[in-house]
Design a protein around this ligand. Structure first.
Ligand code: ZN
Length: 167
């Protein structure tokens, strides 16, 4: 089916720490259970996003945009369930608790433009928008206004407004 949705996430491993290879290892099923405390259940997951953007703006692709990736989980957008079937997932190295880096936006915006040039993207949303009972990412510090400014026809109108960091 057509890919018409982009989902923005945040992730950091160990939680709140940046710069390790643990996210790449998680997404390639090579993360060791003893790499950090509390990874026992995490390493059993079989998940990946299409893209991961590090704090310095480096973009790493794990899954072809022509293939399904397991990033959304139980989810629904505009009445359609199973968002993995029709979405591209982009993970930003980060947390719900702090701003993303300028370098990450500098990589994300052209990546979104490139995806939208190839796929009939109708909406760019947060993981929290498609799984509001379970997920909060990318969180209140993600600057949707930058996305709206770059791709206004593909963003919910509400993203024009400033979000409210520091809930
Ligand atoms: Zn997520």
């Amino acid at each position: 089916m057509p890919v018409d949705l982009v989902v923005i996430h945040n992730i950091s491993l160990p939680p709140g720490e940046f710069g390790s290879d643990h996210v790449e290892r998680l997404f390639t099923n090579t993360l060791a259970a003893d790499a950090a405390p509390g990874y026992g259940d995490l390493v059993k997951l079989r998940v990946a996003a299409h893209f991961f953007i590090r704090r310095d703006g480096e973009v790493i692709q794990f899954v072809s945009c022509l293939q399904r990736a397991a990033h959304a989980g139980t989810s629904r957008w505009q009445g359609r369930a199973r968002c993995n079937d029709f979405s591209i997932g982009i993970e930003l190295e980060g947390t719900d608790l702090q701003p993303f880096s300028p370098a990450q936006y500098a990589s994300l915006l052209p990546l979104l433009q490139a995806i939208a040039a190839v796929h009939p993207i109708g909406s760019i949303v947060g993981h929290n928008d498609i799984a509001p009972e379970r997920k909060t990412d990318p969180g209140p510090y993600f600057d949707w206004r930058q996305i709206y400014a770059a791709l206004p026809q593909r963003c919910p109108k509400s993203y024009q407004e400033p979000s409210s960091p520091g809930l």
